[in-house]
Design a protein around this ligand. Structure first.
Ligand SMILES: Cc1cc2nc3c(=O)[nH]c(=O)nc-3n(C[C@H](O)[C@H](O)[C@H](O)COP(=O)(O)OP(=O)(O)OC[C@H]3O[C@@H](n4cnc5c(N)ncnc54)[C@H](O)[C@@H]3O)c2cc1C
Length: 308
């Protein structure tokens, strides 16, 4: 891993760096490029603009591990509030959830109970729920929970990370279910036994998984694919595959809010479906640091603002 990336990822977990950086006005100005605000109203405004531009959205209230059951309950209520708001405003958006925010580290049944409530509400409001994939320690648990709820809730989907060595096998488990899968490269710091350390291997794995997920048997099973990368080479590869195979449904591109708006516009202009993942909320620090770690150019942008 690039040493700078490793340092930023370590800073993303440090309380003292969090205190220092979040108190800087300059940090907040840079953050607004990636996060529309701290409140649901800010996120809803962003979703409306995204919908007006012809894309769908996915809402992600920022936050990570919760320490007690009351915090998990509060997070579940936040997700429920989002689902109701999406329904009442008629917005084209789903919701992305983190199982650790629903209390997975405290009590699996508690987290599953909260997820069920969110899925039921989402079904009533005609929307879907996607489980974000967290670090590799959670993959087995996430796959098992997805499998347990999949038949009852076809509006549930999950994420596969191409940097994990295990993902090709996990995909073979998911294809027969006709799962809804968001394919990403992966954002966490993982050891080389678990994740490919070289970017070229991560990219190759992404391309292989992409091809697998649009194979004829996956299409027949009803697999829904979200190609979630900002990588223009992989985006072009996906477009080419979809055109070659005349696939015009069940596949969409997904981008994070504020990133590569040029590529996003081109996707829509080329007639493909696009969903923009909108994160918002007061706990933006670790999320923002992961975005910085992903791309040195973002760090330069950030430092320029700090110096100004
Ligand atoms: C919709 C969505 C949902 C996601 N959900 C998850 C999840 O649940 N679990 C998880 O582990 N990860 C998730 N990720 C993050 C993902 O794993 C990657 O960390 C992230 O997308 C960066 O990788 P990349 O595919 O864009 O490619 P990279 O190899 O990082 O970048 C390729 C190119 O994309 C552009 N680019 C990439 N990042 C940026 C940036 N921050 N700013 C500007 N340009 C950029 C640059 O042109 C760069 O050269 C998600 C990503 C997206 C888009």
């Amino acid at each position: 891993m690039n040493p700078l990336r490793a340092v930023i990822l370590r800073m993303s977990e440090s309380d003292s760096w969090r205190r220092r950086l979040t108190n800087w006005g300059a940090t907040r100005r840079v953050v607004s490029r990636f996060i529309p605000g701290e409140h649901l109203d800010d996120a809803v405004r962003a979703v409306k603009a995204i919908n007006d531009g012809g894309a769908s959205a996915s809402l992600n209230p920022l936050g990570e591990h919760v320490e007690n059951e009351a915090m998990a309950e509060a997070a579940a209520n936040t997700y429920l509030g989002i689902v109701e708001r999406l329904g009442s405003e008629g917005l084209d958006s789903n919701v992305s959830v983190k199982l650790t925010m629903l209390g997975l580290d405290l009590d699996r049944d508690l987290a599953v109970g909260h997820l069920r409530r969110i899925l039921s509400a989402a079904r009533v409001h005609g929307t879907s729920v996607r489980i974000d994939m967290e670090s590799s320690a959670y993959v087995d648990g996430t796959l098992a929970i997805h499998e347990e709820l999949h038949d009852e809730f076809p509006n549930l989907g999950l994420v596969i990370q191409s940097y994990l060595r295990r993902s090709a096998e996990d995909v073979e488990r998911l294809v027969p279910l006709g799962a809804a899968i968001r394919l990403v490269k992966g954002a966490y710091k993982e050891p080389p036994e678990v994740a490919f350390p070289r970017k070229s291997d991560v990219d190759r794995s992404f391309a292989d998984l992409l091809e697998r997920l649009v194979a004829p048997d996956a299409r027949e099973r009803g697999v829904e694919l979200a190609v979630a990368t900002h990588d223009p080479v992989l985006v072009d590869r996906a477009k080419e595959l979809l055109r070659q195979r005349n696939i015009d449904s069940g596949v969409e591109f997904q981008f994070l809010y504020g990133i590569r708006r040029d590529v996003q516009r081109q996707i829509l202009a080329d007639g493909f479906a696009l969903r923009v993942y909108v994160s918002y909320g007061p706990s933006w620090y670790p999320w923002f640091m992961r975005r910085l770690a992903e791309r040195p150019a973002n760090l330069t942008f950030f430092l320029r603002h700090l110096l100004r």
